[in-house]
Write a protein that binds this ligand. Structure first.
Ligand code: ATP
Length: 237
């Protein structure tokens, strides 16, 4: 059985159809990339999966539970965590405190939350920032901090929205290594990304959206050779 199964999801905002009859699935232990041109509906799909918007139609199964229409907190408790396109770090708080915010979802004990947060900071290679304000970190470091905070809710599935955008090649490599470590920890990853050199080498599958519709779904190699994908997206890279 798939971990995540998106079934015929449509999301409309008034007259705009941001997602139209989109279906795809992701198995446990997989990294799946969600790509497509600006405005294709990628973030909207994330928002539907993570409970920020109810889909207008369709179902979203996490294992055998239909989570479509649940609140963000209910989705988080069901096992879905996410990062945002613009990293929402609390800049005046320390790195450790930022991650503790996530840990408190399951752990009301401050000491246990602090220990879990410290472990996760080390996991994303930010241990040295533990007691430093998030404002002192680079964009790349703040994105990994947001990843650590999302991991602190103990997800089965992590949704990452453009964590590699605007990073230099070294930073992209560091982020890719963290994504692989997350997968190796048993957490599946669904990643919206325009940085194809980051996502293509590590994804089990790529789902391509264009004008709200799914136009392709397959291995990175199959997607790279798909004429419709090249015309809609890869052609103008
Ligand atoms: N809250 C909203 N209200 C109205 N329209 C919205 C809302 N969110 C998204 N849209 C519209 O839905 C469409 C899809 O947008 P979305 O942000 O999901 O695309 P995207 O693929 O994530 O784009 P990008 O790569 O630029 O982030 C766009 O036409 C957008 O204007």
């Amino acid at each position: 059985m798939s971990l995540l199964s998106v079934r015929n999801v449509t999301k409309k905002f008034g007259g705009i159809t941001a997602n139209q009859d989109v279906s795809f699935s992701l198995d446990a232990g997989q990294i799946v990339g969600l790509i497509g041109p600006n405005g294709a509906g990628k973030t909207t799909m994330f928002n539907c999966i993570a409970g920020y918007f109810p889909p207008t139609a369709g179902e979203i199964y996490l294992n055998d539970v239909n989570i479509a229409g649940l609140s963000p907190e209910q989705c988080a408790r069901a096992g879905i965590a996410r990062t945002f396109q613009v990293a929402r770090t609390f800049t005046s708080m320390t790195a450790l405190e930022n991650v503790m915010v996530g840990a408190f979802l399951h752990n009301k004990n401050v000491r246990a939350a602090r220990e879990a947060a410290a472990e996760l900071l080390g996991f994303v290679n930010l241990g040295k920032f533990r007691d430093k304000p998030a404002a002192s970190m680079t964009i790349s470091e703040q994105r990994r901090l947001a990843v650590a905070r999302a991991l602190a809710v103990n997800p089965k599935l992590l949704l990452m929205d453009e964590v590699m955008a605007g990073l230099n090649p070294t930073e992209v490599k560091e982020t890719v290594e963290v994504v692989l470590k997350i997968r190796d920890r048993g957490i599946s990853c669904l990643i919206v990304e325009h940085v194809l050199e980051g996502i293509m080498p590590i994804a089990n599958a790529i789902v391509v959206l264009d004008y709200g519709k799914k136009i392709a779904d397959g291995t990175p190699q199959a997607i790279s050779n798909d004429p419709q994908v090249i015309a809609a997206y890869l052609g103008d890279e």
